[in-house]
Design a protein around this ligand. Sequence first.
Ligand code: BGP
Length: 467
Amino acid sequence: MIKKAHLPQQFFFGAALSGPQTEGAWKQYGKLESVWDRWSQDDIDCFHNKVGSYVGNDMINRCEEDYQIFRSLGLTTARTSIQWTRLVDQNGALNRAGADLYHRMIATAKREGIDLFINLYHFDMPAYLLDRGGWENREVVEAFANYARLAFREFGHEVHCWFTFNEPIVEPENSYTKGLNIPFIRDFRRACAVQYHIALAHSLAAREFRLAKAAGLLQNDAKLGLVNNFAPPYTKSSPTDADLDAVRMVDGLHNRWWLDLVTRGSLPCDILDTLGKRGISLPIRPGDEELLSFGTVDWLGFNYYEPMRVQAPDNSIDDEGNPVFAKPYVWSKRKMNESRGWEIYPKGIYDFGMKIKRDYPGLEFFVSENGMGVENEDLFRDDEGLVQDDYRIAFIREHLFWIARAIDEGANCVGYHYWAVIDNWSWTNAFKNRYGIIGVDLAHNYERYEKKSAAWMRKLTATHVVE
Ligand code: BGP
């Protein structure tokens, strides 16, 4: 096992966050209802301990303190998202109260020495747009471009790192194929339309970015990116051709779809061909090819939690008539984070980093999320009450070792954002699994407290030595 690694001095460390999971204040500052707010009201039993989307981790009221904490940990950057439902009203016009709130938040980060990256969309579709068909409706794609335009114009001189989407693959997979999240659809054809429209929405927002830059509305060094939960795909050690084809297809839909879009301005031909052969046609309109060509970006965010392990499926269609391209393959040596049900495989970060280097040469990226959520952390408190989260330190350390190795071998990885430096609200799991290096005390008005990993993080950011 590797014992020590050095990360370059210019390599940055930061915090990964999102608006819906931190802000709270779900009805203040003119915020409209998001699909999460609606789901929380319609069926609160779906949320752990009946904690819905309303409060986040109260960061709106504590952002000054939180940015000071980040700084004290030696972090220099953070990514969060602004919320479509807070910035734009139902008529597509800017909501001044929401915009002013974000101006204050961005200014606070700057004052505290944190370079704040802004992402536009983190699973938070406005509910009134879902009522009009959500991502299945082309008009919603246009509405997103309008939102992006307003955001670039409003904050262009205050923010220099922008992202369009966080994990754009999650809604096609979880909300439209598996039916797990609102609007609970299990129809692969509709999922493909959603995935196509999100690619288009990203591209139209990227076009707005260029227009704003050309008009002098953005900073000269403004950069645009996209963040996805890329997952290196693996199969059996002696695969059949059918296993390899399963890998090609899941890799194509989950990873290459976005990588090709942001580097080449197009979608992977082999995947479009296979979809066509399986009778799935995308809602492509004349002129779309040119629109997608605007989708290239300056750099990429790579969220890494777990790999994909797949093999050939037993049947090529499921009971509902959806095409099936792969089935899970359980690796006999896998290690799990049992709280979250995710495999822990740090080498995956290296394998995927090297894939980016090989297949998309020159593409700059940073690890934009990586973290370990654990249930019942109070059980790990010592006599002084300090949460001894050695499992989290080991998790971060192992991933950073592999990042350092990828950099040594030429991968263009420039930073690491831990998810989520401060415990936050996590979708239907609410506060079940805690990710933070800094804890949040729900019983005492969301007070922040340090875990053991905080001291470890300070040393890491001061030395850039992983040990
Ligand atoms: C990522 C999301 C985050 C965050 C994280 C942890 O996929 O971008 O929003 O939630 O996963 O996942 P979870 O909160 O479901 O445990």
